[in-house]
Design a binder for this molecule. Structure first.
Ligand code: C2E
Ligand code: CA
Ligand code: CA
Ligand code: CA
Length: 279
């Protein structure tokens, strides 16, 4: 039994070492990825539920590593957060999204909102607001077309500091969206005071439509809450016709999800823009 115990222990530490090593290797490739230009932004359209028009796009990062292939942001964003790499990476994301947005602001194209995700570490970085201001200035981005997405949990954590940070951000003239709404712990009183423009209904609730009445009730409640606070409400992760009908019936403003379009490279978005604009 003693022998077995030791073997198990060895097996365990080896497995652990592997993990640590894999993780270190991944961290190293991630460090190089930015200068090697291995990142790309994909864009997912946000569609008006009444008119079918594309009102905006959300920028979503993709990493195509020559050694590892496509790696999901769900895997590398947390590592980028822990290592602090998210700060330069986040600046690259914001700048690239603004440059893309300006390319789409040519005559003949309707105005498009550009939504950019900001992670916790980026948001808490002392220089964050200055960086955003700098990118806006350097790219010539019109801030009213830029929407910054912050998750509900980030906005609710360190409430006082977050409120102050959001106010400073708002002063730049950008829009602010609360992402993954419904999964955090917003106090209504706090929410009411936040300088925000949009609530994004978390996809877990959207996926409950037609399946779970409690989830449906949450979706409806968030839509009503947004309307009474005069906020735009966008449902994310919309995959079925049934979900779309439910959202439209309950007067959700916009939807985003595989039903309409997956996140795609810029050229693919342009096909939609031509379509929406050809009449
Ligand atoms: P998120 O901001 O909540 O983004 C929504 C995620 O849902 C995206 O996954 C999107 O591809 C996916 N999605 C869109 N429509 C559907 C649908 O109909 N069904 C399902 N099942 N999923 C759908 P993605 O691109 O893998 O990103 C995952 C998360 O990684 C994002 O969640 C966000 O937290 C983070 N992330 C992605 N890009 C960035 C970025 O540029 N900066 C930062 N800070 N985080 C990012
Ligand atoms: Ca988002
Ligand atoms: Ca989300
Ligand atoms: Ca999410």
């Amino acid at each position: 039994a003693k022998e077995l115990g030791r073997n198990n222990y060895q097996f365990f530490t080896e497995a652990l070492n592997m993990k640590v090593q894999e993780r270190l290797a991944l961290e190293n490739s991630l460090r190089k990825a930015l200068e090697r230009e291995e990142f790309m932004l994909y864009y997912q359209p946000q569609v008006d539920l009444k008119t079918g028009e594309i009102k905006g796009v959300e920028a979503l990062i993709r990493w195509n590593s020559p050694e590892r292939g496509l790696i999901s942001p769900g895997v590398f964003i947390p590592i980028a957060e822990e290592t602090g790499l998210i700060v330069p990476m986040g600046e690259w994301i914001l700048r690239s999204a603004c440059i893309q947005s300006l390319k789409w602001r040519q005559p003949g194209y309707p105005g498009l909102r550009m939504s950019v995700n900001i992670s916790a570490r980026q948001f808490r970085e002392p220089q964050f607001i200055e960086k955003v201001a700098e990118v806006i200035k350097e790219t010539g981005m019109d801030p009213q077309w830029l929407e910054i997405e912050i998750t509900e949990s980030i906005a609710m954590e360190y409430a006082e500091d977050s409120m102050e940070q959001l106010r400073r951000l708002k002063q730049l003239g950008v829009r602010i969206a609360i992402d993954d709404f419904g999964t955090g712990y917003s106090s209504m009183n706090y929410l009411r005071k936040l300088p925000i423009d949009t609530l994004k209904v978390d996809q877990s609730f959207v996926q409950d439509i037609g399946i779970d009445e409690n989830g449906e009730a949450i979706v409806v409640t968030i839509i009503h809450l947004a309307q009474s606070l005069n906020l735009k409400v966008i449902a994310e992760g919309v995959e079925t016709e049934n979900q779309q009908i439910f959202l439209r019936t309950n007067r959700c403003h916009e939807m985003q999800g595989y039903l309409f379009c997956k996140p795609v490279p810029p050229v693919e978005v342009e096909k939609y823009l031509h379509m929406g604009n050809s009449s």
